[in-house]
Design a protein around this ligand. Structure first.
Ligand code: FDA
Length: 307
């Protein structure tokens, strides 16, 4: 019951001001978002890759309101790529982007987001890595998939995300699997209406399994984005049944969540990528992590009381 309320709060400016200003917020935020600057996140990348993990880096930010912010988002990724170049880690470290941070919701936003993301994808390719387009709320997805298709003409490695809770996703998975895409499947983190999305957890899990099967049997590269032990075990079985080698798909989890599981899967020989978010505009990302596990909210509230 708490989850939808927290997700509603994640879009509220008033709540953003209250939560961001609370003195105890920072230590709780740091569990999920381990830095605010490139300088702070690079040592984390080095630590994760030393342990045999791969990384996808997300500069936090979304739902911008001015064109200048979209240029700043592009530049933040370009600055990151400059630093990654020095590490020479190639596709071990890729990037995830939210098109709303690149201006997608502004007037003429589709073209603006494409114009902003293209140089990032180009710069990533120049250092031997790639970019994955995150999935945001369902109203943004036609534009996201069109941008993905456009980028793939020159950069076929560009990835995208699909969300199991949406009714449309099985059809999207079939299309993307046939075209040989890199596709991350996740359950879905936004508050979506019953007209477009399953509301029941068991229904979402069943859809997730159907979609994994489509991806594993298809031509593309499946990226299994979940912390759910049951779905991870099913993914391994579906990978085996589809005759995929361990490096022909990968697991992905969020930084700060089930970290021991990251290491266990990597030790088993799997590619395991840790989605690591950093930056100052962490509110939306942080609130979605609270909504996924109400115990996180209790921990957050308790820290406010005991401070
Ligand atoms: P589920 O929520 O059932 O959790 C399974 C178990 O994992 C829980 O019991 C708990 O132990 C642990 N867990 C999960 N979330 C936790 C949390 N926040 N704090 C502590 N423990 C937690 N969504 C989206 O809409 N668009 C996107 O682009 C992405 N991108 C993305 C990338 C990657 C790498 C991951 C792993 C996830 C996303 N997501 C996402 C988020 C996704 O949609 C979903 O909300 C979360 O992954 C939680 O779902 P699980 O599959 O982990 O299962």
């Amino acid at each position: 019951m708490l989850g939808p309320a927290i997700l509603a709060a994640s879009r509220s400016d008033k709540m953003r001001r209250i939560v961001s200003a609370a003195p105890v917020t920072k230590p709780v935020v740091n569990r999920f978002i381990p830095g605010e600057t490139v300088g702070q996140v690079i040592p984390i990348v080095e630590e994760l890759t030393r342990k045999g993990l791969e990384v996808t880096l997300d500069v936090v930010g979304e739902d911008i309101t001015a064109v200048e912010q979209s240029y700043a988002a592009r530049d933040a990724y370009l600055e990151l790529i400059e630093r990654l170049k020095e590490l020479e880690l190639g596709e071990t470290v890729e990037m995830s982007v939210k098109l709303s941070m690149f201006g997608q919701a502004l007037e003429g936003g589709h073209e603006l987001a494409l114009a902003n993301v293209r140089p990032v994808v180009e710069a990533a390719a120049a250092i031997g890595t790639t970019v994955t387009l995150d999935a945001e709320d369902h109203t943004t997805l036609d534009s996201m998939f069109a941008i993905h298709e456009e980028l793939r003409r020159d950069f076929p490695q560009t990835g995208c995300v699909i969300q199991a809770y949406l009714f449309r996703t099985e059809a999207d998975a079939r299309r993307l699997a046939a075209s040989g895409s890199r596709v991350r499947i996740v359950k879905g983190a936004y508050k979506e209406p019953a007209e477009v999305a399953y509301q029941d957890k068991a229904e979402i899990d069943k859809a997730y399994v159907r979609i994994m099967k489509i991806l594993m049997e298809g031509e593309g590269y499946p990226m299994i984005g979940s912390h759910d032990p049951r779905l991870i075990a099913i993914a391994q079985e579906l990978g085996r049944q589809a005759g995929r080698k361990l490096d022909e798909y990968e697991f992905q989890m969020l930084y700060g969540i089930r970290s021991e599981e990251h290491l266990r899967l990597a030790a088993e020989g799997h590619r395991m990528r840790v989605y690591t978010a950093y930056g100052t505009d962490w509110y939306g990302y942080f609130m979605r992590r609270l909504a996924e596990k109400p115990a996180n909210l209790l921990f957050f509230l308790r820290s406010m009381i005991t401070k």
